[in-house]
Ligand binder design. Structure first.
Ligand code: ATP
Ligand code: MG
Length: 585
């Protein structure tokens, strides 16, 4: 996976000032530490010459305390930046994710998206709060220390550098392994998220099919892969840590040997040798920072690459929030009283290049107001009509107009605001019943709400629930029955007062009495709103002003029920066998 240093900079840019300040403070704190051996040397010399070392020791203490305070402040500032970057990255990612094209999300797994938004963004924290600054301060301190050591005694420095060069070569070999293992570990965590999500999304299906063990195995497999990769990271990290520490020990022995000889020959003061050795141990800090920083930077870059993959997916560029402020919203809603017509003209559409066409030259017209029904066998392309109208997908050829205007010319938010869509599987969101109903019309009044509840026969349900409209309905509305979920979805769409209502009739769910009422609601609505309904019930098509028969992505026939029964054999068969007739009234 390619790293994205430019992207990293993009995330860091808004915080560069604070980051630099924090880094500088921490660096100054570290630099104060550098003065310690020098002062120690003075103190030792003072002792040797039987002078008072009090001033030197006091100064030493002051420098240590000040350095610690500076380092603490700097570290805090950098950590704060890390948190801010994580927040920024999350906000940006969520903003982006919710505005991706439906077609792009079709190919992703929600679990993997989830781990990217939560896990991968967390890795950024380490990169910016620690790794970046750590590498920089580590490198600077290292250079400063080496320079000071050079000033003290070039020969001993030569010995030290020789040892360090060997270690650097060893580290260069280890680093790529750490990066690869870390990338793989993050991918494995993403897979684990996907596998767990798959099982939880179909929790009842898993149980009904006794598939707990199989699903568990799939999740555990990914978890074990993450574990294995985590172990590789730990192994290589400990190798690099030990190599680094060993090198300092070896350098110590070498410097002690060479330095001792030089002190004996009188070429070097003992105090200089001690100061040099102190510097040598001081090197452990910056060296550790450098290796840590590199490791963190590598894992952060891998995470960034995973975030960038989402950013690079196609988004709905014209998407705007359906309402921008209440005033504009009200204006739109006043206009929204008039029904719009819908026309498909030679529309061709494929979900995927290598799939059969879902629509093959589809043409029909649904006049404003009134009820137009779409019928056809399963997979005929009925729901696809709605998906194209909502612009979840863009058709490949032909034109689709709503209210006489090409849907590609409608601002996306305005187009969707004009439509009310009741999906085939009627999703209900976690939250209260009220939240769900008001989802599409935040400013609906209590009276609107009561009216819609009455019309969709939700009154009994609301009366039965312990907290009425404020009862929570569970994840995806699981605490409601299928039919109740569907009526909630219909009520939600009605509250939106759409100019065009798209109703993907569920094949089951509504009992005869409720169906009768729903029919009345729809008939009631038809003069004020264009209703386009995907019909699975005889009663719906009998009521329709016009019926469009789809088969295999083509329009077979159009007309009224009576006309079609006579003219179209497929329709006759559908009407006789597939459309559900209400059994009781
Ligand atoms: N998101 C998608 N990606 C790829 N192909 C799809 C997608 N959605 C539907 N299809 C395919 O497009 C064709 C038409 O699907 P569509 O959902 O419009 O059928 P339908 O008429 O609504 O059927 P049903 O009555 O069963 O709901 C089907 O062959 C289906 O497999
Ligand atoms: Mg469908």
């Amino acid at each position: 996976m390619p790293a994205h240093p430019r992207l990293l900079l993009g995330h860091a840019r808004p915080h560069l000032r604070i980051l630099a300040t924090g880094g500088l403070l921490a660096l100054t704190g570290d630099a104060a530490g550098l003065a310690v051996p020098l002062m120690a040397r003075h103190a030792i010399e003072a002792f040797a010459e039987h002078r008072s070392a009090a001033v030197a020791l006091l100064l030493l203490t002051a420098v240590v305390v000040a350095g610690a305070a500076l380092t603490a402040t700097g570290t805090y500032l950098m950590s704060r930046t890390g948190e801010a970057v994580v927040l920024g990255a999350r906000e940006r990612l969520v903003h982006r994710m919710l505005r991706l094209r439906v077609a792009a999300v079709d190919r992703l797994t929600p679990g993997d998206l989830l781990t990217r938004a939560t896990g991968d963004t967390t890795l950024l924290r380490t990169v910016l709060s620690r790794s970046l600054v750590e590498s920089a301060t580590g490198a600077l301190t290292l250079v400063a220390t080496v320079v000071l050591m050079g000033v003290m005694d070039p020969v001993l420095l030569g010995v030290t550098l020789l040892v360090l060069a060997l270690v650097t070569a060893a580290l260069a070999l280890v680093m790529p392994r750490i990066r690869r293992a870390q990338t793989a570990a993050q991918e494995a965590v993403g897979e684990m998220g996907s596998a767990l999500d798959r099982a939880l999304q179909a929790f009842r299906t898993v149980k009904a099919n006794g598939a707990e063990e199989r699903e568990e195995e799939a999740v555990a497999l990914a978890a074990r892969r993450a574990y294995g990769k985590g172990l590789s990271v730990a192994r290589w990290t400990s190798v690099s840590d030990v190599a680094m520490q060993m090198s300092v020990q070896i350098a110590f022995l070498a410097v002690l040997g060479v330095g001792g000889a030089r002190v004996a020959s009188g070429a070097l003061d003992l105090s200089a040798l001690i100061a040099f050795l102190l510097y040598l141990f001081y090197l452990v800090g910056p060296l550790g920072q450098l290796t840590d920083g590199w490791t963190g930077l590598n894992s952060g870059l891998a995470a960034l690459a995973r975030l960038a993959e989402i950013e690079d997916l196609p988004g709905e560029t014209t998407a705007r929030p359906a309402s921008r402020g209440p005033r504009k919203d009200r204006k739109t809603r006043r206009r929204a009283r008039t029904p719009v017509d819908v026309a498909f003209k030679d529309v061709t559409f494929r979900y995927d290049g290598d799939r059969a066409a879902a629509h093959d030259s589809v043409s029909f017209h649904a006049p404003p107001g009134g009820l137009t029904a779409l019928v056809g066998p399963s997979g005929a392309g009925k729901s696809t009509v709605f998906a194209l109208l909502e612009r979840f997908y863009d058709h490949d050829a032909g034109t689709v107009t709503v209210g006489g205007r090409d849907i590609r010319d409608w601002p996306l938010g305005e187009l969707r605001a004009a439509l009310g869509y009741v999906e085939q599987d009627a999703p209900v969101l976690a939250g209260t019943l009220r939240d769900n109903l008001l989802y599409a019309a935040r400013d609906a009044t209590e009276a609107d709400l009561a009216d819609v509840v009455r019309r969709t026969r939700l009154g009994d349900l609301v009366a039965r629930l312990p907290e009425g409209l404020d009862t929570t309905v569970g994840h995806r509305g699981v605490l409601l029955s299928g039919g109740e979920r569907q009526r909630v979805a219909i009520a939600r769409a009605l509250l939106r007062r759409p100019r065009l209502l798209l109703l993907d009739e569920a094949t089951a769910h509504l009992d005869a009495v409720n169906e009768q009422h729903l029919r009345d609601v729809v008939r009631d609505l038809a003069p004020r709103t264009t209703v386009l309904v995907i019909a699975h019930r005889l009663s719906t098509v009998v009521d329709a002003d016009r019926i469009v028969v789809l088969d295999g992505g083509r329009v077979r026939a159009q007309g009224t029920h009576a006309q079609l029964v006579e003219r179209d054999p497929l329709y006759g068969e559908l009407a006789a066998t597939q459309l559900v007739a209400a059994t009781t009234r």
